[in-house]
Every structure is written in C-alpha cells, then in structure tokens.
Design a protein around this ligand. Structure first.
Ligand code: ZN
Length: 378
C-alpha cells in the first residue's frame, strides 16, 4: 500500500461567485446582505492552513482536470446542464433551489466534478493511497434535473458512476457526513444495489423533507440506502457511535471496492447552518474510522470530497484533522485553537436520545444487514 495522500484543488474553485446574501438569503429582503454562506473563504482558508502549517509538503498536490460534458451527463439530464451553461454565460442566476450560478461558474463546476474524477483516477491507479479533493462548488444536494442547496453538479455521484464505468467496479460505498442530507446522491442511487449510500445528518435540517430512516432504497436498491438522522446537539460521541454500530458492520458486509466520502465540515459547533457539536478532533476520528474500513476492504482506496461547512474560522481546522487522518501523520497544529470555548460542550457524551436515534436505524436496516456482532453472511 502506498503511504501517499493526495490533495486536489484549483485556484478557480475559490472564484465561483455566489454573490452576497444574509446566510442563504438573496439581497433585497428585510436584512442587510453581507456574504453569502457558500462563499470561498472556508475552503480558501483550509488550503491556507495546509500551507501555513507546512502540512501541504506532506501531501501530493494534484491539479484537477475538468469533467467532460459526457461525464456530467452520467448523472445529470442534458437540459439541466444547458441551463447551467446558459446562466453562467449570461449574468448568472439560480439553477434550481438556492443553487447560485455566477458568471463563469459552469467551467468551475466542471472542474469541481473533475476534481472528484481526478481523485478516483489517483487512487485507482495507485498514484496515491487516498485523496482529499477541496471541491467547490459542492455537489451532494444537486439532483439529476436541478441544482439545490448551493450545489450545481453532483461531484460524488458523477465520480461513482465514472468509477463504475471506467474501472468496472461493482460495489462503491458513499459515506456522506455533511450535516445536511445528501438528497441528490440518494436520488442518484436509490434503485441501485451497486452503490451503497450512507448519510449521517442532522434530522429535519436541509432539505426538510428528505433523509428519513425509512427511506431505505427501492427495487434492487432496497437496503442500499441508509439514512442516519441524528438529533440537534449530537457531537463526537454520537457520530462515532453511529459509525461503529451502523457504518462499520454494513461496510463489512458490503465489502466496498472504493469508498467516496462527501465531507461537509458543517456538523461543527460553530456552523451557522446547523446545530451539531462535532469538533475538529471528532472529524479526525471519523476520517480515521473510514480509513480503517477502506484498509479492511479496498486496499485503502478512499476519495474524500469537500461539501459544505460555513464557519470560516473553524472549517479549516476540521479539514486539516481529516487530511491528517488520511495521511496518518500530525501537523504542527497540535491543539484545537478553540479548546477554551469547546471544552465545556457535551460533545463526547452519548446522550440517551442520540443512542435511540442510532437504534432506530439499526431496526430499519436489520432486514438487510446483520448487527450486534452476529455472524456476517455475504
Ligand atoms: Zn451541508
């Protein structure tokens, strides 16, 4: 196994212009607009922290290629792709439901999807063991027919379809730990047993009508869609418990040939668009757990794609911990700089209602998967 970790980004990822707003509201309402939530700062600062800490020198920096139109069509209808291009070539606009396309965003979105594809090629060829792609715009809310929730093209869904087509993979696992439900990815593979989709998210957050426990997939895809909605206030303990009790056992039975992660660093205590309590340390531990699953089943092949995360001051540290875990090494940033304000939070305490939320999922999925250390049949 290689010990190399790739890092994919392109300067133009930071040039996708969502304009101004108040959180996700467009200007012109009751409150003065400042910067739109999905602005470049969190991602640019994540890259800056890799540089300032010197940790970028430990990584293989890889330039992304743009996805081709045909590759985007693996997951999106042509009329939607045309719409994004038209908006991008004109003055921009909304490509669906709060999916802002700025001038020139089409080409950047192709490069963002291409970042995920570049990541797939880098791990499948063995050039690197695993990879972090700082993709922007994000992708997991994007539906085949329209954009949603700041997402234009569904980077991870396109990557999974591409990996299947190019490398003939039959079992791909997508784990989505963005605090919002990965509705677009769920839609893409809801009837598909070859792509296992597991989403950890805050219950009743965005989109409010998606991500329920009982949405388990349909037809041949039944049992290959796993929603883990967690209550507001869940922190490291709850997330790691869900990984241990649900994600690990299902992965051990599914035996993925490739793992793709939708990494949104928005379940953090500082995020303005969610109410969870996963600390930077917690993100590192989640990445370690997923890395171990990848090492058990697919020679460590793991592609991590950036999704959301809206705290400009904290997302960089969370992202750094994820990348450290992928590399299996520590940067010079030893302590969480926010230790003083997070140490009193009950992030490492598993509350009874959080445990119940996990048990609900185990019950809903027990028809398809074995849990509780039962003998595993494949
Ligand atoms: Zn999110």
């Amino acid at each position: 196994m290689s010990d190399k970790t790739g890092f994919i980004y392109d300067e133009s990822y930071f040039w996708h212009d969502t304009g101004n707003g108040a959180l996700c509201l467009r200007p012109g309402g009751w409150i003065q607009a400042d910067t739109h939530s999905e602005n470049p700062e969190t991602k640019r600062r994540a890259k800056n922290l890799l540089e300032r800490s010197g940790f970028i020198k430990e990584l293989e920096v890889i330039a992304p290629r743009a996805a081709t139109r045909e590759e985007v069509e693996l997951n999106h209808v042509p009329s939607y792709i045309d719409k994004v291009k038209e908006l991008s070539d004109a003055n921009g606009g909304d490509a669906g439901e709060i999916a802002i396309v700025g001038v020139g965003s089409y080409e950047i979105a192709l490069l963002s999807a291409g970042g995920a594809l570049t990541g797939v090629d880098a791990v499948m060829s063995g050039e690197v063991q695993n990879v972090y792609a700082l993709t922007r715009p994000p992708g997991h809310h994007a539906e085949p027919e329209y954009g949603r929730g700041f997402c234009i093209f569904n980077n991870v869904a396109i990557a999974a379809r591409y990996a299947r087509e190019k490398y003939g993979l039959k079992r791909i696992m997508i784990l989505d730990w963005d605090v919002h439900h990965g509705n677009g990815t769920e839609t893409a593979f809801y009837h598909d047993p070859e792509v296992l989709f597991i989403s950890l998210h805050q219950e009743f957050n965005f989109p409010p009508d998606r991500g329920f426990v009982e949405h388990i997939g349909e037809d041949a895809g039944k049992g290959y869609n796993v929603n883990i909605p967690l209550p507001a206030g869940t922190g490291n303990a709850g997330y790691l418990y869900a990984l241990e009790k649900i994600v690990g056992p299902i992965a051990d039975q599914f035996k993925p040939e490739l793992i793709i992660v939708s990494a949104g660093q928005d379940p953090s205590p500082f995020d303005p668009l969610a109410q969870m309590m996963v600390t930077a340390e917690g993100f590192g531990k989640m990445a370690e757990a997923v890395k171990e699953i990848a090492e058990r089943h697919c020679d460590g092949r793991l592609v991590v794609c950036h999704e959301g995360g809206y705290s400009t001051a904290y997302v960089p540290f969370c992202t750094l911990r994820v990348i450290e875990a992928l590399k299996g090494a520590k940067s010079k940033v030893e302590e969480d700089p926010y230790e003083l304000v997070i140490k009193g939070l009950p992030s490492d305490v598993l509350a009874a209602h959080q445990k119940e939320a996990v048990e609900k999922v185990l019950k809903a999925q027990s028809e398809f998967w074995k849990f509780n250390d039962q003998a595993v049949e494949v």
